[in-house]
Design a protein around this ligand. Structure first.
Ligand SMILES: Nc1ncnc2c1ncn2[C@@H]1O[C@H](COP(=O)(O)OP(=O)(O)O)[C@@H](O)[C@H]1O
Ligand SMILES: [Mg+2]
Length: 387
């Protein structure tokens, strides 16, 4: 471990002098020492420990703040092209997170900078696990009481975001973090957007395929908070079924899985459906049944009602986070467990298998498998990481 300890590198720039890319001339300019970091601290005040994750928009490290010894997560803003500056997705993430404070939303503590001002890191509270790695590594699946505990926290976080006019747009298990106290935190605001009412058009392709709402797949220009609720339904289904509910491997396959599970939509149950722009790209199977009850034969009626409410085809009829929190599912036995009773692995951080990412899906392919719980044996790569 100590071998990997080092200060966060400003990888990418070879000279040591701080520099600033002028918007006017397009040339690098030296920065006087006194002005070097502006109001932001330097990333050199943090000691890098391990890499926690690397996704579409950034690399995340576990690190120690040498000023006070606190463990934090540092997310380095990925710059695909240094010349074009900080990506707008990162600016959105910073802007949104700096203004949010909720128990179930990951806390952005501050922004720190590297030796050139285009090296920017988000300093976040550190969470021991993400839900994807927990699911992949747990020897036994979550109990229903634990699933309820997770979902209640998720709905509280989503309710807070939606009340603050934010759509997350990429809710999935790898973007939900867990502390060792069993607190769930919604993370990864790289695709999040502020919205106004009435809803206005947004960039079409968002949300990892398996969690993507039918209106997005069918090309709706308007995105509502309903897209997060569909994703939450997929997360609930995944936790209850112990495997992804709708693991499509292309957009066509995704729509097929949705139709197989919930029946073919039509203009009666979903007004506006037949005008959706991408409908002509798909041939929807004729499937008159809703198979949720068949899939979750053991689940209570309240549980099925909640799932069905989250999977309403018409986004305007879909459950809101508030509706979900009011669901009798959370009031009947087994009751949601105390967060402190959630499983945790404080001695090490788990790793996870590669799951799908939004960028991959744009090219049509996605992957992601579950390890067999009964056969839990860390791979050699994992063993290395766990020590
Ligand atoms: N605050 C944090 N504490 C612990 N781990 C984190 C934290 N933030 C992110 N991670 C880990 O890094 C991964 C990628 O971070 P995320 O913010 O989702 O970025 P990306 O855009 O790369 O998906 C997460 O799935 C999680 O495993
Ligand atoms: Mg992510």
């Amino acid at each position: 471990m100590s071998k990997s300890h080092s200060h966060i590198e400003d990888d990418g720039l070879s000279d040591d002098k701080p520099a600033f890319l002028s918007f006017l001339t397009g040339k690098w300019m030296d920065i006087p020492e006194s002005k070097q970091f502006g109001k932001c601290r330097s990333v050199h005040e943090f000691q890098k420990e391990t890499k926690l994750g690397e996704g579409t928009y950034g690399v995340v490290y576990k690190a120690k703040d040498t000023r006070n010894g606190a463990t934090v997560a540092l997310k380095r803003v990925k710059l695909h092209n240094a010349k074009s500056g900080i990506p707008v997705s990162s600016l959105r993430e910073i802007n949104i997170l700096l203004n949010l404070r909720h128990d179930n939303v990951v806390q952005l503590r501050e922004i720190v900078v590297g030796k050139s001002l285009d090296r920017i890191f988000l300093v976040m509270e550190y969470c021991e696990q993400d839900l994807a790695s927990l699911i992949d590594n747990m020897p036994a699946p979550f109990s229903e009481a634990q699933v309820k505990c997770i979902m209640q926290q998720l709905f509280r976080g989503i309710r807070f975001l939606h009340e603050n006019f934010i759509i997350h747009r990429d809710l999935k298990v790898s973007n939900l973090l867990m502390t060792d106290k069993g607190s769930l935190k919604i993370a990864d605001f790289g695709l999040a957007r502020k919205f106004s009412l009435p809803h206005t058009p947004m960039t079409p392709i968002v949300v990892t395929l398996w969690y993507r709402a039918p209106e997005l797949l069918l090309g709706s220009k308007i995105q509502t908070t309903g897209i997060d609720m569909w994703s939450a339904g997929c997360i609930l289904g995944e936790l209850l079924a112990h495997k992804p509910l709708l693991p499509g491997n292309s957009e066509v396959h995704q729509i097929d899985l949705i139709v197989e599970m919930f029946g073919t939509p039509n203009e009666t149950i979903w007004p506006g459906f037949s005008d959706l722009p991408a409908l002509q790209n798909f041939t929807l199977k004729k499937q008159p049944y809703n198979n949720l009850r068949h899939k979750f034969s053991w689940l209570s009626d309240a549980g099925i009602r909640l799932l069905n409410f989250l999977f309403m085809y018409d986004p305007n009829k879909r459950a809101t986070a508030e509706d979900c929190l009011d669901s009798s599912y959370f009031k009947e036995h087994p009751l949601p467990c105390d967060p402190e009773l959630m499983p945790s692995f404080p001695q090490h951080r788990l790793t996870r298998q590669k799951r799908s990412s939004p960028i991959k899906e744009e090219s049509g392919a996605t992957s992601g498998t579950y390890q067999d719980f009964s056969n839990f044996e860390p791979s050699s790569a994992k063993k290395q990481r766990l020590t």
